[in-house]
Design a binder for this molecule. Structure first.
Ligand SMILES: NC(=O)c1ccc[n+]([C@@H]2O[C@H](COP(=O)([O-])OP(=O)(O)OC[C@H]3O[C@@H](n4cnc5c(N)ncnc54)[C@H](OP(=O)(O)O)[C@@H]3O)[C@@H](O)[C@H]2O)c1
Length: 292
């Protein structure tokens, strides 16, 4: 059995790599900051360079921050590209610009290297449980060949068609999440200002058809001001930037998304980048200070 490569052991990458190990795959993993790979020692091989991963494994999963990180790992002077043999497959689970994903696929194709994009929905908790939702795009055969790998961390997998469509679907859902989180924050603050116990408000909301796993799980934490990150606010802003750029290119008018993007930018400017994205409520609280 060939070894699977895994690059990017962050909040999501680490539990996804662990799922691969638990499913019986032999994994060679790499993280730029080596200390973060420590907890995989003894369960997977830890590579010291991405070139080592490129030479020794197939397929190779990438779970990196953004477009720049993926291009860096693949195409920089110390990147994988030179060392990838013809016929290998890159599975990119990082949320990046859909048009960049296509560009990356085209560049890899010149060396007959396959590429599928497999962005995921759900956070580290779902990743640990192997219960992510995966969206997959690219050559159908290559997708089917790698389905067992994807199923080690995802309970549902949707094939969306050609490269860029899975990322576009993922971004369509993330912008909805961003708007929803801001809207819930506004409801909580509005209720508080009008003498309603915000915990009671959440109990009411979670008894209605407008309940979501977000309102159930993150809502109480927003009320208490607990923002331990599962999805960094800076990454939500990054995703909204990707939606904005894609929407601009295709001339899609998205007024709520644009407004949410400005809000997350303001939250980022207030120093909330490393908090969970639900800390959007902190930004709104600060702007509503003294407004009793
Ligand atoms: N968290 C979620 O709930 C969630 C859910 C679905 C999708 N996503 C998406 O999944 C991706 C990863 O998210 P995450 O939450 O795991 O982020 P994260 O914790 O910030 O991890 C990012 C990873 O990328 C690596 N990296 C960044 N730039 C690099 C570069 N130039 N070269 C090599 N490695 C680089 C980091 O290495 P270092 O450790 O050295 O910094 C780290 O391993 C993002 O695209 C995010 O939007 C996240």
């Amino acid at each position: 059995m060939s070894k699977i490569g895994f690059v990017g052991l962050g909040n999501m990458g680490m539990p996804m790599a662990l799922r691969l190990v638990q499913s019986g795959f032999q994994v060679v993993a790499y993280n730029r900051t080596r200390t973060k790979a420590e907890s995989l020692k003894g369960r997977a091989e830890i590579a010291t360079t991405v070139r080592d991963v490129a030479e020794r494994t197939d397929p190779i999963l990438l779970m990196l921050t953004d477009t720049e990180a993926v291009e860096d790992v693949l195409f920089s002077s110390q990147g994988m590209y030179e060392r990838l043999a013809s016929g290998k497959t890159i599975i990119n689970s990082s949320t990046i610009l859909p048009s960049a994903s296509k560009r990356i696929m085209d560049r890899l194709k010149r060396k007959n290297i396959g590429y599928i994009e497999v962005p995921v929905l759900g956070g580290p908790v779902q990743a640990r449980a192997g219960e992510l939702i995966a969206l997959a795009a690219g050559e159908r055969d290559r997708y089917e060949d790698n389905l067992n790998i994807i199923k080690s961390f995802a309970t549902k997998v949707f094939y969306t068609g050609q490269v860029s469509t899975a990322l576009s679907a993922k971004l369509a859902i993330n912008q909805l999440t961003a708007v929803y989180a801001q809207s819930l924050a506004e409801s909580i603050i509005f209720a508080e200002k009008h003498g309603v116990d915000p915990s009671l408000l959440l109990q009411v909301l979670n008894s209605t058809g407008y309940r979501t796993s977000f309102s159930e799980q993150k809502g109480p934490k927003m009320v208490r001001g607990e923002f331990e990150p599962t999805f960094f606010l800076k990454h939500m802003l990054k995703d909204l930037d990707l939606v904005d750029e894609s929407a601009h290119d295709s001339k899609v008018y998205m007024p709520l998304m644009s407004q949410a993007r400005s809000s997350y930018l303001a939250a980022s400017n207030l120093g909330l980048d490393e908090k969970d994205f639900s800390a959007i409520i902190s930004m709104l609280r600060q702007l509503n200070k003294g407004n009793h």
